[in-house]
Design a protein around this ligand. Structure first.
Ligand code: 4AD
Ligand code: MG
Length: 459
């Protein structure tokens, strides 16, 4: 008989008679004449209850089933008298696939997130992490659906690059040089390296995306990005996924409109398609989550300039760990105050001083600020960072000189401003931060299968 996934079984409108399922035992309870087995196969949050009677051919085996063991069950799908479940399986055969010994770490009790991080290879077997990673999978697909419907083209930008998009120098080096050789030479001679020059893991696919937006119109990249910033915080990872749309003939307003539409679409999508899994987070992780997601969908995001935001922060009467002054890079505490306490909804900050933003952002008429936008959201702080790009060759040239950037490696980027340059804009959304926002999970390590953070690369 063909295996049916438990989700499909639980969704059945009428019993087909016999079904065959396979999965892992979450719990087993023995009564006088029966065993009740809660079986889960990862297809959904819910388990199916299996009733295994003492008269079964291999009942001796059934008695040995422990939490974490694997089994296949054939039986009648029958309406369940138990509350909270529509169906149960009255087993006719139970085949034990493997028995997990009592040392299986996920016995039925609550475990801390810290403990579960230390067994990241097993944690997807818990309700919470199973739900988190099903949501992650579904949201990645939702991104593609959103862009397919909008006629965007999906670009695969390179992960190994020769340039630093953000100019922050927080890159992981890629080299094939032999460490013993380097020691002998007393230096890293990149001319003898694989690429004949320095190479890094990309921090952003933006520069590639710009080239393709200037050819295909609207594009997006969605891929891993890498940052060697030594920030051991709950919202930074060394390897994370970034979604980066880039749009030709688009200005900062259009960029923000697009970001707002995207976030609202994805949140609505999650509420519609990940209901059961999201419900777990609403009940057990953050009781205010449901309300917060409603607010995200229904209220327009606030928009104001960096300058106005600094005024609000200075006048708010709150003492921040890091004092607010015009010109500072806002810290997480400032971002969260604005989104959580002041506006109580997501807020776009625009027009930052040019000194704290990368070279590619478009200079405003005041000659001081650039057409940047950051989207700050409650619980997270910065979710999105983007800008209108500097499309004027002479202004871009001057800006790169001002920063002291070596222009040679960017010759191709500058070329795009020589040939058919047009206003264009885009942004990057940290996929993990988005997942934290919709699940209420407060540590980025818990929305990444095997997180990479400073000092930690287990699994
Ligand atoms: O603001 P960032 O640095 O912007 C860029 O990289 C632009 N090139 C994007 C663009 O315009 N195409 O990063 C974008 C987003 C941040 O808002 C944040 O959500 C996320 O990426 N992010 C991180 N997420 C997890 N861990 C880190 N270390 C992150 N650094 C940035
Ligand atoms: Mg940023």
């Amino acid at each position: 008989m063909k295996r049916t996934k438990i989700k499909a079984v639980l969704d059945m409108a009428a019993s087909p008679g016999e079904v065959f399922v396979q999965g892992w035992v979450r719990t087993k309870r023995d009564a006088k004449d029966f065993s009740f087995i809660e079986l889960n196969d990862g297809s959904c949050l819910a388990n199916i209850q299996v009733i295994a009677g003492k008269g079964l051919p291999k009942y001796g085996q059934v008695e040995k089933l422990t939490t974490g063991s694997a089994a296949g069950v054939t039986g009648q799908l029958a309406a369940s008298p138990g509350k909270g479940q529509k169906w149960e399986i009255q087993a006719t055969t139970v085949d034990v696939i493997s028995i997990a010994p009592e040392t299986y770490p996920l016995q039925k009790k609550r475990h801390t997130d810290e403990f579960l991080r230390s067994i990241a290879h097993l944690r997807p077997r818990t309700n919470k992490y199973g739900a988190a990673f099903r949501i992650r999978s579904r949201m990645a697909q939702a991104i593609h659906t959103f862009y397919l419907d909008k006629g965007f083209h999906y670009l695969h930008s390179p992960l190994i690059t020769g340039s630093d998009c953000e100019g922050a120098g927080e890159m992981f080096r890629v080299t094939a040089l032999d460490p013993a050789d380097v020691q002998k030479q007393g230096k890293m001679d990149f001319s003898r390296d694989f690429f004949g020059q320095e190479a890094n893991l990309t921090v952003s696919g933006q520069l590639s995306a710009e080239m393709f937006a200037l050819a295909l119109g609207d594009v997006y990249t969605f891929s891993p990005t890498f940052r060697a910033e030594n920030s051991n915080t709950r919202r930074h990872a060394a390897e994370f996924w970034m979604l980066e749309p880039e749009m030709a003939f688009c200005d900062l307003e259009g960029d923000m409109d697009h970001a707002e539409e995207l976030v609202k679409y994805l949140v609505s999508y999650a509420m519609e398609h990940c209901k059961e899994d999201l419900d777990l987070f609403m009940r057990f992780v953050d009781k205010t989550l449901g309300q917060q997601l409603e607010t995200l969908i229904s209220k327009p995001f606030a928009r104001l300039s960096y300058t106005d935001a600094v005024e609000i922060l200075k006048k708010c009467g709150k003492t921040f760990e890091y004092p607010v002054e015009y010109g500072i890079d806002l810290q997480s505490e400032h971002e969260r105050f604005l989104a959580e306490e002041h506006f109580k909804r997501p807020v776009f900050l625009t027009d930052y001083p040019r000194q704290i933003k990368p070279f590619y952002m478009r200079m405003n008429d005041d000659g001081q600020t650039v057409a940047a936008m950051d989207l700050l959201v409650p619980g997270i702080g910065e979710l999105i960072g983007g800008s209108q790009r500097e499309e004027r060759l002479n202004v871009l040239d001057a800006r790169m000189d001002e920063i002291g950037l070596d222009k040679d490696p960017y010759w191709w980027y500058l070329d795009s401003r020589r040939f058919g340059t047009v206003p264009h804009a885009g942004f990057g959304m940290g996929f993990e931060r988005f997942l934290m926002m919709i699940t209420g999970i407060s540590n980025i390590r818990d929305v990444i299968a095997f997180p990479r953070t400073p000092g930690s690369i287990d699994f």
